[in-house]
Write a protein that binds this ligand. Structure first.
Ligand code: 173
Length: 493
């Protein structure tokens, strides 16, 4: 292996001649620049430098081997010069200093009593970028808040005088055992929240015997995730279809070969929603030389930076092609109407997720839980209900939320952000505790409802007469913050 000095690397810092250091290796990425899904600019910012810290949270380790020809690796950087780079890096910003103080003061894990506690801690101890990316949602974030609020419009009709000494909350999702009716849904960029990324969730899923859906845009590679799986652990795979069908095929087939048991195709994101918290973060952090309009358009937050590969042409006719490249069951993630639920069944899908992408896509999309009765009733009328499993995600924060979804006909629910918050603030132990808290809440809720098993939780145990009534006008924080009240002028007379 050739050794190259840091000074030498630094000379290759232009669009015509661009080298970067990643994990101690020097790469010539000049020819790759136009192909980078995140755009040229983000790489050019790192030209001639050690890009590892910027690279790691976004990319799985094996992406270099899969995207760059072997000759792009020019050698290893001289370790002596790397030490210098590391020294420069350890200068802490004020923001980081404050964060490290807060980390020292964070409550003990056993003080976390519900998922909101984790969210509160994560908002303090996460890096500004991680918080902006995980917490952000579309436009005025009205759907984001509505996702949880909708559960407040469902009330219980508990049954009493039943022997509830034993409760069994286990179920099967697409035929696979799950200790309770919840799976970890796909969320991108795990390493923003924790240096190890998604494998933290994989390990916690195993210890709780639940299923994890692996995201296309994980920070860990499929290999890294499969390698930490326990015996018999089940993974599903979430797909963002690539405009290049060969890549899509390869991604699906790799997931299947690594043992994933179902393909969840995301159908609600042909274009990424505007997540302004995320976008603003990049604006603040952008170096002064790219704070002009033209460059800013390319620099619209972590999500948009890596989303340009997504196929906005995805349509119902593609389902036949998906069937031809995989034998995994196919589930559409992001169904939001009965009409599309019917089409999903007609096109032979095995499941649907009623989801609005955690409120990150179309603001004013209804919550999954609100759509559930409409879909269940409609499919039942058409004799199609037994053809698909129905899942709901968005806004699940309590055991009672899970039971409400089960009562209304969901097979299971997905959960995303809350576990990222638990992971960002307390690592694997945090995720395990968050899941345990949910399990405890589910058990209590079942007992107090008079249900021994999930099958005993029936639609007549919930009162949904107000579910679809949006009686309260959602608060529009941006509008209210900007609105100037009309103050009548007082006459001086
Ligand atoms: O919600 C998201 O942030 C998301 O799904 C996504 C999509 C494309 C790139 C990065 C994240």
């Amino acid at each position: 292996m050739t050794f190259i000095s840091g000074e030498e690397v630094a000379k290759h810092n232009t669009r015509q001649d661009c080298w970067v250091i990643i994990h101690g290796k020097v790469y010539d990425v000049t020819n790759f620049l136009p192909e980078h899904p995140g755009g040229v600019k983000v790489i050019l910012d790192q030209a001639g430098k050690d890009a590892t810290a910027v690279f790691d949270p976004i990319h799985p380790r094996d992406i270099i081997e899969t995207h760059l020809p072997p000759e792009a690796c020019l050698g290893e950087v001289d370790p002596a010069t790397l030490i210098q780079t590391a020294k420069v890096k350890t200068v802490e910003t004020e923001e980081e200093k404050r964060r490290h103080e807060l980390i020292k003061k964070k409550p003990a894990l056993n003080e976390m009593l519900n998922l909101f506690d984790f969210e509160a801690v994560a908002s303090q101890v996460s890096t500004a970028e991680a918080w902006a990316y995980y917490n952000s949602a579309a436009d005025d974030e009205i759907t984001h808040r509505e996702n949880h609020n909708a559960f407040h419009r469902i009330w219980f009709r508990p049954r009493v005088m039943r022997d509830v000494t034993h409760v069994d909350m286990s179920t099967k999702i697409l035929g696979h055992y799950s200790s309770f009716p919840l799976y970890i849904t796909a969320t991108a960029l795990g390493k923003l929240g924790h240096p190890e990324g998604e494998v933290v969730l994989t390990r916690a899923a195993y210890s709780h015997k639940i299923i994890q859906m692996v995201p296309t845009l994980a920070s860990c590679s499929m290999d890294e995730i499969a390698n930490v799986c326990g015996k018999g652990q089940v993974l599903f795979f979430q797909l963002y279809a690539n405009q290049n069908k060969d890549i899509t095929r390869r991604v699906i087939q790799t997931a299947e070969a690594k043992g994933c048991k179902a393909l969840f195709i995301t159908v609600d994101a042909p274009q990424l929603g505007r997540r302004e918290k995320d976008m603003r973060m990049k604006y603040v952090n952008a170096p002064p030389d790219i704070q002009d309009e033209k460059e800013l358009n390319r620099n619209q937050g972590a999500a948009r930076a890596i989303s340009s590969f997504i196929d906005s042409g995805l349509n119902w006719n593609d389902l036949e092609w998906f069937r031809s490249v995989t034998s995994m069951p196919i589930v559409l993630k992001g169904i939001q109407t009965l009409e599309d639920a019917v089409l999903a069944v007609k096109y032979g899908c095995d499941g649907i997720v009623l989801s609005n992408h955690g409120g990150r896509q179309l603001d004013f999309a209804r919550s999954g839980i609100e759509i559930l009765p409409e879909v269940v009733e409609g499919l039942k009328k058409k004799g199609l209900l037994n053809k698909v499993e129905i899942y709901v995600d968005g806004g699940i924060r309590r055991g009672t939320d899970i039971i409400k979804a089960i009562a209304l006909g969901a097979k299971a629910v997905g959960i995303g952000r809350p576990l990222l918050y638990a992971m960002s603030s307390y690592g694997q132990a945090g995720v395990e505790r968050a899941l345990q808290l949910l399990k405890d809440e589910v058990a209590i809720c079942m007992r107090l409802l008079g249900a021994n098993t999930l099958a005993d939780i029936s639609p007549d145990m919930v009162d949904i007469k107000n579910l679809a009534t949006h009686v309260y006008t959602p608060k529009d924080y941006l509008y209210s913050g900007a609105y100037e009240r009309l103050v009548p002028r007082r006459s001086k007379l």
